[in-house]
Design a protein around this ligand. Structure first.
Ligand SMILES: NC(=O)c1ccc[n+]([C@@H]2O[C@H](COP(=O)([O-])OP(=O)(O)OC[C@H]3O[C@@H](n4cnc5c(N)ncnc54)[C@H](OP(=O)(O)O)[C@@H]3O)[C@@H](O)[C@H]2O)c1
Length: 272
């Protein structure tokens, strides 16, 4: 049985991955501030990316696969991934890195595909590129770069924020000229489970196969949350349409794991 360690196992995405894999693999996770929920759980280790040496945890768990779903100080994340890469190259171990559509945020005119050159104008996108480049220098058989668009889902921080704003009558921010693709926690974790089962490595774009305007998507979701009539704060960052989308082309997943934006919208059924 494979031993899997999820860095950021207490987070929204990391914990969704943990719950998906837990009954099939010997699965471990790290937490940082979420002590109450995890300190009594022997599958979970406390890890502070700024203070702790990840290698100590790796030597205890000896994972076959590490999934990195961390947030935290950017410089510390870079250091931690340097240590991870050095360990993985020397051991029978692989690394899956949760990256982001933001690695392409300097290109606004088209959606992006797996083999496109990355370029970012944001410090977040540049952090992701830096870590991706470390992985790209490893043997391909040892790593997967999983580029993910905005992740929704009933329990996602993004949906929770919308729900709270509706209840508190806070205006909702929408980006009318931003065109995105999307995913949710269920789709994402099923896709990652498949990649693990099939021993797949390389670069994957894990989002819907089609695109939607951010504003239309948010309005559809709000429509499903009940009889709300929010004020929308329409934020224009550019005059023209801007794409922030990672579409699959070179490394598509099988049909049953593909989905479109409507599937993600339909998944949001709220019972308040
Ligand atoms: N959510 C999205 O829409 C989205 C889209 C694309 C890519 N991503 C990427 O997916 C990854 C996970 O994102 P998420 O949305 O699941 O974030 P999240 O819910 O905030 O989870 C972040 C995880 O990192 C841990 N963490 C935070 N500070 C830390 C520190 N100083 N030391 C060690 N661990 C620390 C958190 O632990 P505690 O909770 O215990 O403090 C948690 O487990 C990130 O790399 C993000 O860039 C997310």
């Amino acid at each position: 049985m494979k031993r899997i360690l999820i860095l950021g196992g207490s987070g929204f995405i990391g914990n969704a991955i943990y719950r998906e894999l837990n009954s099939f693999f010997d699965t471990y996770g790290t937490y940082y501030s979420a002590k109450k929920s995890f300190e009594g759980n022997k599958q979970f280790y406390r890890y502070d990316v700024e203070e702790d040496d990840i290698v100590e945890i790796l030597e205890k768990i000896k994972p076959d696969l590490i999934i990195s779903a961390l947030r935290g100080n950017f410089q510390a994340q870079i250091m931690a991934h340097q240590h991870l890469v050095a360990h993985i190259v020397a051991k029978p171990c692989k690394l899956f890195f949760i990256s982001s559509a933001n690695v392409f945020d300097a290109y606004s005119k088209y959606p992006s595909y797996e083999n496109d050159k990355t370029l970012s104008e944001s410090i977040y996108g540049r952090l992701k590129i830096k870590i991706e480049n470390m992985l790209l220098r490893m043997p391909k058989s040892k790593m997967a770069i999983l580029r993910v668009p905005m992740v929704f889902g009933n329990s996602s921080p993004r949906i929770k924020e919308i729900r709270n704003n509706l209840i508190q009558k806070v205006p909702l921010e929408v980006f009318p000229n931003l065109i995105i693709n999307i995913t949710n926690d269920d789709r994402l974790t099923q896709q990652i489970h498949y990649l693990i089962n099939r021993n797949r490595t390389g670069i994957y774009h894990l989002g819907s196969g089609d695109l939607i305007h951010h504003e239309d998507f948010i309005k559809e979701i709000v429509g499903r949350m009940g009889n709300f009539h929010p004020v929308y704060k329409r934020v224009f960052t550019t005059n023209e349409d801007r794409y922030l989308a990672v579409l699959p082309k070179a490394n598509p997943l099988p049909k049953n794991l593909q989905f479109n934006c409507q599937d993600i919208i339909d998944h949001h059924i709220f019972t308040e």
